[in-house]
Design a binder for this molecule. Structure first.
Ligand SMILES: [Zn+2]
Length: 293
C-alpha cells in the first residue's frame, strides 16, 4: 500500500461547482483510478467569511450525481485547525517563519510584497496575536516538475514574497492548510486547474521546509467562455446541473481530448466514468486554455 497513488479533489465552498470544477474533478479522479489508486475529497473550509451557505452540501450531491465517488471520509479543514497550529509551532521553533504586522497600506506605499523589513530581520517583534506569520522565501529560484507543463521555476522573493501562512485574523492561510492536508492524507498527486499553478512553487517550498515529500503535480487547462474570460466562481459560472450529469461528463471528456466514443453519449453515468478511468490518457490532455462550446 506504501506506493499507492492517492489523488484528491479539494474545492472551497465559495460557490457551487461549475463546469471548470468538473474538468478538475474528472481529471483527478480518472488519473488516480486509472493507476489503481484512491481519490479523496477534502472541503477547504478555512475561510468562513468567503463561504457560501449550502455550497459544501451541494458539492457532495453534485459529485455523487456525476458518478465521482470518493474513498474514505471527507476531510473538512475547519476540523483541523489544531493540526495547522501544531505545524505553525514547528515552523516557528525552526525559525522558518516570522511574525509580521506591516500594514497593507504601508506595504503598498513602499511597493513591497511582504514585510517592510524590521520583522523579517528580527529588529521588531510584533505581538503575535496581532500579526501574520510569513514563511521566509529562498534566495534562489524554486523549481518543480509538472506532468503536463514540464520543469517550471519561480523566484518566490520576486513573485510573491514571504507567503503568509497564518493570517492576522488568526486563521490558517490556504497555503499552510493545503500542504499540511496533502501530507497528512498521503496525497501523491495533485491534479488541478492552472488557476492554481502559481501556488505550486510556494507549496513546494513549504513542503521542503518541513522535510516532507512533495506530491506530483499536473495542472489542467482552464475553461474560457466566448469572451475569453476564465470560468470561475468569481466570474459567476453556472452551477452544474445534476439532471444532465451524463451529458456533462461526456462533454468534459471531449474537452479534455479523451475522445469518448459517440455511443457512450447515451450511456448511464457510471458507464461513462468507468470508460473514462479505463481509457484515461494523460498525454492527450490539451495544454492551452479550453474554449467552452
Ligand atoms: Zn513586517
Amino acid at each position: 500500500m506504501v506506493n499507492r497513488v492517492i489523488g484528491r479533489f479539494a474545492p472551497s465552498p465559495t460557490g457551487p461547482l461549475h463546469f471548470g470544477s468538473l474538468l478538475a474533478a474528472i481529471s483527478s479522479y480518472a488519473s488516480a483510478k486509472h493507476q489503481g489508486g484512491l481519490w479523496r475529497l477534502r472541503i477547504d473550509t478555512i475561510d468562513p467569511p468567503r463561504e457560501q451557505a449550502g455550497a459544501a452540501d451541494s458539492f457532495i450531491s453534485t459529485l455523487e450525481a456525476h458518478g465521482l465517488h470518493w474513498d474514505g471520509d471527507i476531510v473538512w479543514q475547519h476540523q483541523r485547525i489544531a493540526r495547522y497550529r501544531e505545524v505553525l509551532a514547528e515552523l516557528i521553533a525552526k525559525n522558518l517563519v516570522y511574525a509580521c504586522d506591516c500594514s497593507r497600506s504601508a506595504r503598498a506605499e513602499a511597493g513591497v510584497l511582504d514585510c517592510l523589513g524590521p520583522c523579517r530581520h528580527g529588529e521588531h517583534h510584533p505581538n503575535a496575536s496581532d500579526a501574520a506569520w510569513r514563511l521566509r522565501s529562498p534566495a534562489t529560484a524554486s523549481t518543480y516538475h509538472d506532468r503536463l507543463h514540464g520543469e517550471l521555476s519561480e523566484l518566490l522573493s520576486r513573485s510573491c514574497g514571504d507567503a503568509i501562512l497564518w493570517r492576522r485574523d488568526d486563521l490558517p492561510a490556504y497555503q499552510l492548510a493545503t500542504v499540511v492536508d496533502d501530507h497528512d492524507m498521503s496525497i501523491s498527486e495533485v491534479v488541478r486547474g492552472t488557476d492554481l499553478l502559481d501556488n505550486t512553487a510556494r507549496q513546494c517550498h513549504l513542503a521542503d521546509s518541513l522535510g516532507w515529500a512533495r506530491p506530483q503535480f499536473l495542472h489542467i487547462p482552464m475553461l474560457i467562455n466566448s469572451t475569453g474570460q476564465k470560468l470561475s466562481k468569481q466570474s459567476h459560472a453556472l452551477a452544474l446541473n445534476n439532471n444532465h450529469a451524463a451529458e456533462n461528463v461526456f462533454l468534459a471528456l471531449q474537452l479534455l481530448a479523451q475522445q469518448p466514443p459517440a455511443e457512450l453519449r447515451q450511456a448511464f453515468i457510471d458507464e461513462i466514468i468507468t470508460w473514462a478511468v479505463a481509457h484515461w490518457c494523460e498525454s492527450a490532455l490539451p495544454i492551452g486554455d479550453i474554449k467552452q462550446p
